[in-house]
Design a protein around this ligand. Structure first.
Ligand SMILES: Nc1nc2c(ncn2[C@@H]2O[C@H](COP(=O)(O)OP(=O)(O)OP(=O)(O)O)[C@@H](O)[C@H]2O)c(=O)[nH]1
Ligand SMILES: [Mg+2]
Length: 436
């Protein structure tokens, strides 16, 4: 096998990096079985283990661990965003980032070695230790931002953006659920308190993976034990919701008493939401400008307020309400019963998803595996320890401090597989199906 300048093999150019032979046969079960029967009689031939091809590719330096994990994500991708994210990672975008960070620490270590060996000969610049410290601090900052972004976005992309529909009983939550699912997922009746348990559905909304939850209507007083358990569950899911769809039915008081004051009292008294209404209402209407795709400005949580049953308003009331809500980027006026403005609502849901996860065209550079988060957090811990030791003053032991950087290098290497940990490899490759 030939090797490239950096030591990685360039031939054979197969997926595994090994010589291989491929059979293209007719697809009938009988033909395939006959072929397998013949092959299994050949000495030294056996069926591949689960993940064996990927494992061989990894050991032949065709893939690093982040790329192998991306291959697993690609196999399981259900939405366009998941597919694009996995493809980017397979092409090595995370590998490059972590390799660059690792190299920065190794360079700092090399400078420390030089300082220890030559500082007395005064051929080393005086401020070299300060330069190293500021490089390490910058790295800590970058890794922390990456962890924060990934916690917000990467994990959402992998497991689905959690979107909870909440509101009083009978406002039309299940009707909205059924519209978004495009099927009769939840039971709808005229009786308040129809939905009691959580109804969950995985959806692909415009390429974004969404876990949509219909909940029991929230009310403060109920003598029904089952309903009050449902309300408890709804409230507990609400705390974990990324995109909350707050449903409220149209009432003429919205116009008479003012939309914001009615909404505020609904949030406080019915939903017991402690969110400040000024934070919750998006007054920089997203309709006027394209949503931001900047990676740093991704939201923690989003709210979309849906005023339902607008068919019960007169046309004059409808016009007035629609004029009022134009000032807000996250309020929609709809009728689930008559289908009014539901497509507009769907567009707004997609805008909220972009604000949560970034745009489809520029997927964020974030990790989706909690394993990466663990090693990156450990890396930050060691780098911070280095900075703390150096900050203690002139007496600090540079050899001990440098050891922290070495630990940091090791942690980063565990993400890409530079430092091979057999347990991690076994778990990883066993998740692939036979022969992948
Ligand atoms: N007029 C009108 N009625 C609607 C609209 N949307 C839903 N409804 C009706 O309102 C009633 C309650 O609808 P659901 O979707 O079950 O309401 P819900 O919020 O899920 O109710 P609970 O599960 O009891 O909390 C049903 O009779 C629906 O047909 C609407 O836009 N206009
Ligand atoms: Mg319901």
């Amino acid at each position: 096998m030939k090797e490239s300048a950096c030591g990685s093999p360039v031939e054979p150019n197969s997926f595994t990096g090994e010589d291989c032979c491929e059979f293209q046969v007719h697809g009938s079960v009988a033909v395939i079985n006959a072929l397998l029967r013949v092959l299994s009689k050949q000495p030294g031939l056996r069926p591949a283990h689960p993940g064996e091809f990927s494992k061989r590719a990894f050991f032949n330096n065709k893939l690093d661990l982040t790329q192998t994990e991306a291959l697993g994500d690609l196999i399981h991708a259900e939405t366009e965003l998941q597919r694009q994210k996995a493809l980017g990672q397979m092409k090595g975008n995370l590998k490059q980032l972590y390799t660059d960070w690792r190299r920065t620490i190794i360079e700092c270590l090399a400078s420390i070695e030089a300082y220890i060996d030559f500082s007395e000969d005064e051929i080393i610049e005086d401020n070299i230790l300060n330069t190293i410290r500021s490089q390490v601090e910058t790295l800590v900052n970058n890794i922390e931002k990456h962890i924060e972004l990934s916690n917000k976005c990467g994990v959402r992309i992998r497991s689905g953006i959690k979107s909870v529909i909440i509101g009083e009983p009978n406002v039309g939550k299940s009707s909205l659920m059924n519209f978004l699912c495009q099927k009769e997922t939840s039971i709808v009746t005229h009786l308040p308190g129809t939905t009691r348990d959580i109804i969950e559905k995985h959806l692909d909304i415009g390429g974004y993976p969404v876990l949509l939850l219909d909940t029991a209507g929230l009310r403060n007083v109920t003598s029904d034990v089952i309903e009050s358990e449902g309300i408890e569950r709804a409230r507990s899911h609400l705390t974990e919701s990324d995109l909350t769809l707050i449903l409220i039915a149209f009432t003429p008081e919205m116009l008479a008493k003012g939309f914001e004051s009615i909404l505020e009292s609904y949030l406080r008294n019915v939903l017991s939401l402690n969110e400040d209404i000024d934070n919750l209402l998006d007054k920089t209407s997203t309709r006027d400008k394209p949503p931001s795709s900047s990676q740093q400005s991704l939201s923690e949580k989003r709210y979309l307020i849906v005023i339902n049953k607008i068919d019960l308003a007169t046309s004059e009331q409808q016009d007035r309400l629609e004029t009022i809500v134009k000032a807000y980027g996250n309020v929609e006026v709809v009728s689930c019963k008559q289908g009014t403005n539901l497509n507009k609502l769907l567009e707004n849901v997609q805008e909220q998803l972009i604000l949560l996860c970034g745009s489809l065209n520029t997927p964020t550079l974030s990790f989706t595996q909690s394993r990466h988060g663990f090693h990156l957090t450990e890396t930050v811990r060691y780098l911070r320890r280095y900075v703390a030791l150096q900050s203690t003053g002139r007496e600090f032991d540079l050899t001990v401090a440098a050891q922290q950087l070495r630990f940091g290098v090791r942690e980063l290497g565990q993400i890409t597989g530079e430092v091979r940990v057999d347990e991690v490899l076994d778990v990883l490759f066993s998740q692939f199906c036979i022969g992948k």
